[in-house]
Design a protein around this ligand. Structure first.
Ligand code: MN
Ligand code: MN
Length: 306
């Protein structure tokens, strides 16, 4: 049997990549051979973190083979996982998302906690297993928590995330405020991406009762700057809706400095969005003050109104 592999979701973000690397380190120290892999290209924020910490990016795979033993981190929904995941053997899951459309044929280790980041859970696993955290692994977990909680400003942040950030920053020898802001900013340089790349950077497909939706999100330091590309972004969203039979596509531009978002919304079910946020779309767009979290402030709202 070939070695076990660990990976996060498609359109990988910093938590997904760092969690895969960290989980393979932890499992290695516990005597299991597990290789970290990824399902897509790195975003600029993750690239910045890996380069800063001098860590190699995981190998890319496009699908898993039948019977392959896998560990999932930072996701569980099959629609966000590797192609052919239905035919893999899922041995473990470590996650911080809702559990949806998930089933296995055999028993497994499943650890989910309602915290801000998978790496917060992984950090606890090091402690529970009495495994020492290296400077590099601390840097990776720190990066992931900063990314998922927008430097502890997102409503998804819990006390446990904050505590982990402070402890990990010490082990990693990093001033997390300075490092964190630089890392987040590195992710907002989106000028050389095509509209198609933009909507795919951090895109999640999700079921809203019987409807098929996609919610994509990009971070920016200036919403207006991104809105200058509205027309081409909309063009690409419409094409995606047609090609993938989507009922709703929400593209969220999040201002990481002021913690607000602007949404561009298309599809035949835009009423779900309007009802959920009690807002009339103007020119297919709406400003969402104080909204930064897809998981906590957007997905549940759409879910309840679908
Ligand atoms: Mn993620
Ligand atoms: Mn995450």
């Amino acid at each position: 049997m070939e070695e076990m592999i660990v990976f996060g979701h498609k359109s990988p973000d910093t938590d997904t990549i760092c969690s895969a690397i960290v989980m393979s380190d932890l499992q290695g120290k516990l005597g299991k051979k597990v290789k970290a892999v990824r399902l897509g290209e790195l975003n600029k924020e993750t690239e910045y973190a890996l380069k800063y910490l001098n860590v190699e990016k995981p190998e890319i795979i496009s699908e898993v083979e039948n019977g392959q033993e896998v560990i999932l981190v930072d996701h569980n929904e099959f629609s966000q996982s590797a192609n052919n995941i239905e035919n893999a053997k899922i041995k473990m899951v470590v996650d911080h998302h809702r559990i949806c459309d998930f089933q296995t044929a055999e028993p497994l280790y499943y650890r989910a906690e309602p915290v801000g980041c998978t790496c917060t859970v992984l950090y606890k696993l090091y402690k529970e297993n009495n495994v020492e955290v290296s400077e590099k692994m601390a840097g990776l977990m720190l990066s992931a928590i900063i990314s998922d909680t927008l430097l502890l400003k997102s409503p998804t942040k819990t006390d446990e995330d904050e505590k982990a950030v402070k402890e990990l920053a010490q082990i990693a020898n990093l001033d997390y405020q300075t490092y964190g802001l630089e890392m987040l900013k590195a992710g907002t340089d989106l000028s050389d991406f095509s509209a198609k790349e933009l909507i795919g950077l951090d895109c999640k497909e999700c079921a809203l009762s019987d409807k098929k939706a996609k919610i994509a999100q990009v971070n920016t330091a200036d919403i207006n700057d991104m809105m200058t590309r509205k027309a081409e972004i909309e063009e690409t969203m419409k094409k995606d809706i047609e090609e993938n039979g989507l009922d709703l596509f929400v593209f969220v531009i999040t201002d990481i400095i002021n913690s607000n978002s602007q949404a561009i919304v298309h599809g035949k079910e835009t009423a779900i969005f309007e009802k959920g946020f009690n807002k009339k779309l103007e020119d297919n767009t709406a400003f969402l003050p104080g909204v930064v979290s897809r998981k906590k402030q957007i997905l549940p709202v759409l879910q309840e109104n679908a």
